[in-house]
Design a protein around this ligand. Structure first.
Ligand SMILES: [Zn+2]
Length: 321
């Protein structure tokens, strides 16, 4: 913990030492897959689920992240859902964070019809919508599971129309980064009680997020014709980010970012850009716009091979070098 606090202090000092930053950068942070990326039995245990939620929000609060979070209501088992899910979501809302729909089951559009997909969208709002209404707020944002927007032009158009009819604003992602893969490997290290491996994964995660920014910053400026747009960062609610998000936050501060709410980021005119990308793939909106403009896509860095090997089970944990 001390090391993390020192790193944050270093980042702030570094920021102070470089007063003339080249960029006035802005980022809206989003966390998907609420309540949490954890085994089902954890999400059905009210004490465990509430503890994970409270710890995550307590970690975020002093950082003033102003995040928007996206919920899969169906991740909480049915028997607990009517009481546990509102209690969990109230923790996030009490901390001033915005809340959006990520479908009920984290549905894969490629394997389902438009009708089934939109029914899953509707079911995904059953608890969130009245909860927000009780606070005089409305459910506005939708985030596509896997960032899949439809693999044929017809499906993509039908889903977009269905979401618009329901009053949803799509929450695009610019800074896509595979944090979920590091998180999956981190859970394996946690299950094995391997603290050294957890640290190694966390450090690799921060290095990866640095490489990812090195990629996206100039690439995003090409899309807008020279300036970096207000970015939207996709992360997930999980134990990796519980432990390591403060370092990611410090990384953004050191690079001159200001944290802004999602609605402010989406006022950047880039989010009105047409999107003619239709593939069975979940990609950053920066790729969709690059494709639409007829320029070549340059893919972002992938996680290191050893992370992919553990994630895909080619290397077992404890890992051997
Ligand atoms: Zn998701």
């Amino acid at each position: 913990m001390m090391r993390r606090v020192l790193s944050l202090a270093c980042a702030v000092l570094l920021l102070g030492a470089v007063p003339a930053l080249a960029q006035n950068r802005q980022v809206a942070v989003t966390f998907d897959d609420l309540p949490y990326q954890a085994p089902d039995e954890v999400l059905c245990d009210p004490d465990a689920a509430m503890r994970l939620t409270q710890n995550f929000v307590d970690m975020l609060r002093p950082l003033d992240t102003m995040a928007a979070v996206f919920v899969n209501e169906g991740k909480v088992c049915e028997a607990q859902r009517p009481t546990l899910l509102p209690a969990i979501l109230n923790v996030w809302l009490d901390a001033g964070l915005d809340l959006g729909n990520h479908t009920f089951t984290h549905i894969n559009i490629h394997q389902n019809t438009v009708e089934t997909y939109l029914a899953d969208v509707d079911r995904g709002a059953e608890i969130s919508r009245p909860l927000l209404a009780g606070r005089g707020r409305s459910l506005t944002y939708f985030r596509h599971p896997y960032l899949f927007a439809g693999e044929t032009p017809e499906k993509k158009a039908a889903i977009a129309a269905g979401l618009a009819e329901r009053g949803y604003t799509i929450a695009p992602v610019t800074i896509d980064n595979n944090d979920w893969m590091f998180a999956g490997v981190y859970r394996k290290a946690e299950a094995a009680g391997d603290e050294a491996l957890k640290r190694r994964i966390g450090e690799a995660y921060v290095a990866h997020m640095t490489a990812v920014l090195d990629h996206w910053e100039p690439y995003s400026a090409e899309v807008t014709g020279g300036r970096e747009p207000a970015q939207v960062l996709l992360l997930h609610a999980n134990s990796l980010n519980q432990d390591w998000y403060p370092q990611i936050h410090a990384l953004y501060l050191a690079r001159g970012y200001r944290f802004i709410p999602l609605d402010e980021a989406l006022r950047d005119p880039i989010y009105q850009h047409a999107d003619s990308y239709v593939r069975a793939a979940g990609v950053s909106w920066l790729h969709r716009w690059t494709f639409t403009d007829g320029r070549p896509i340059r893919w972002e860095p992938e996680p290191p091979q050893w992370i992919r090997d553990i994630y895909e089970g080619r290397t077992s944990v404890p890992a051997t070098d």
